[in-house]
Ligand binder design. Structure first.
Ligand code: SAH
Length: 250
């Protein structure tokens, strides 16, 4: 009987593989015996640049964080496709293109790392891991205990000392870490909760999906909010599709 290949993530983690020769193919396959995760990520990042993502820090963080660690083993082959994937409890990991776009907006072209950042909606922890490379401290809140624990598990071996996972209602923000240089939400509500605006630093930026349409489909768009001494300035950008922002812990 043919031995089932081991979970590709294991193979890709070993440090020796970092120096292994890369296949020449421009579209490396994420299947078979080993997911050559460096090559497939490079391919994913090339795709992101083609989509217009330019921020080198975002591209490099997405090159280094292994997205396949954050999805169920049955979905590993799709981990580097530009698609959202189920992560359990009816939630999804956002597609790489949207993660990159939001992080690029959040960084707003700054040359160094962001200061303290608040993320609402840890989910499986993927975006939190990418963020941890772009900010000095990241506080990431999840309201579903099952996902909070899953994220903790997914992130354990990465040992990201500047990433703090919290179980709680992100609609209240996290006052103890405030003020934040940036706030990012991975779930869309009718409006931006006042707590987020209050906890954003002067000069800070918030990026979140918000419901724009009134129909049952709940059309959403990306909202960028900048806070200055003059008040807040908001711009509504392209349509997006996120899971709903809900209150309370479950
Ligand atoms: N960034 C995540 C995406 C997860 S999907 C990732 O990389 O996987 C959005 C998440 O937001 C879901 O897990 C959902 O449970 C969570 N969420 C929704 N409302 C929330 C709230 N009020 N507080 C905290 N998390 C919330």
């Amino acid at each position: 009987m043919k031995r089932r290949p081991s979970f590709p993530a294991r193979i890709a983690f070993s440090s020796e593989r970092r120096d292994a020769p890369q296949p020449a193919s421009s579209a490396p396959a994420a299947h078979g015996h080993g997911l050559d995760s460096i090559a497939v990520r490079l391919n994913m990042v090339r795709g992101l640049s083609k989509q217009g993502i330019q921020d080198p820090m975002v591209l490099s963080a997405m090159q280094s964080i292994e997205r396949h660690r954050f999805v169920d083993s049955a979905l590993v082959n799709q981990a580097y496709e530009d698609t959202s994937l189920p992560i359990g409890l009816g939630q999804t990991i956002s597609k790489p293109g949207v993660v990159a776009r939001m992080l690029e907006l959040l960084r707003n072209g700054s040359s160094g790392k962001l200061g303290r950042v608040l993320e609402i909606g840890t989910g499986c922890g993927y975006q939190a891991a990418v963020l941890s490379m772009l900010a000095s401290e990241v506080y990431s809140i999840e309201r579903l205990r099952g996902l909070h624990e899953k994220a903790r598990e997914n992130l354990r071996s990465l040992r990201l000392a500047n990433l703090h996972l919290l179980l709680g209602d992100g609609m209240l923000g996290y006052a103890r870490g405030a003020p934040y240089a940036a706030i990012i939400a991975a779930a869309g509500g009718e409006a931006v909760p006042q707590a987020w605006v209050d906890q954003l630093a002067i000069g800070g930026r918030l990026v979140a999906p918000v419901v724009t349409g009134s129909g049952p489909a709940g059309q959403q768009a990306l909202l960028v909010l900048d806070k200055s001494t003059q008040g807040v300035r908001q711009s509504v950008l392209e349509a997006v599709h996120f899971v709903p922002l809900k209150s309370g812990v479950a």
